[in-house]
Design a protein around this ligand. Structure first.
Ligand code: GLN
Length: 192
């Protein structure tokens, strides 16, 4: 669990409810002990800066490029994207997902919203909480779209994707007690 910034506690709680063994990662030595990583919601520019300061950015980028499973929510999705629009000028991402992500795509904080949406792999809709969320503007051939916004102005926008061992959502499944989205990731890691 990337633990330099963001809603780390909520993710750790979800992962533990699923029976996963967890470790808060702030240093490269902690990363070395992990088989997979979750990147939380928060602020992607701050996460980038802190990861560089804590010398975690390069090792993490290399692990993900080397096939380590990763799941990112919101800011975590931005970190996993190969390309971002509306990033700050010096903002870099870890990359891995062949997608272009637009930061703050749904508007400002006041435009944060919630809604139910269908997600591939799950029988019943997920209650999705969007907080200054990104959306995925463009996906490469290897990327599977798991969910889109069902209604409203943003209808059809891509908000959940998977590519091999990497998974990302624009929304925050760690908020609330529905652990099924984390379950998709944990199940995938367990099969590896
Ligand atoms: N807008 C934030 C960013 O750019 C993401 C918001 C979130 O994670 N809830 O990093």
């Amino acid at each position: 669990m990337f633990a330099l910034q963001g809603d780390v506690r909520e993710h750790l709680a979800a992962l533990r409810r699923l029976g996963a063994s967890t470790l808060a990662v702030r240093r490269p030595a902690e990363l070395e002990q992990c088989d997979a990583i979750v990147l939380p919601g928060g602020e992607s520019t701050t996460m980038h800066k802190l990861a560089v300061t804590f010398e975690l950015f390069e090792p993490l980028r290399e692990r993900i490029a080397g096939g380590m499973p990763a799941f990112g929510t919101c800011a975590g999705m931005i970190l996993l994207a190969d390309r971002i629009t509306d990033g700050t000028t010096d903002q870099r991402t870890l990359g891995g997902l062949d997608v272009t992500v637009r930061r703050n795509a749904f508007g400002r904080q006041v435009d944060s919203f919630e809604g139910d949406l269908d997600m591939a792999g799950l029988d019943a809709p997920v209650h999705a909480v969007f907080i200054r969320a990104p959306w995925v503007e463009q996906v490469g051939e290897a990327v599977e779209v798991l969910a889109t916004v069902p209604t409203g102005e943003a209808a059809g926008r891509i908000v959940a994707v998977r590519q091999g061992a990497l998974m990302a959502t624009s929304f925050h499944p760690e908020v609330g007690h529905d652990d099924r989205v984390h379950g998709l990731f944990v199940d995938h890691v367990r099969t590896m």
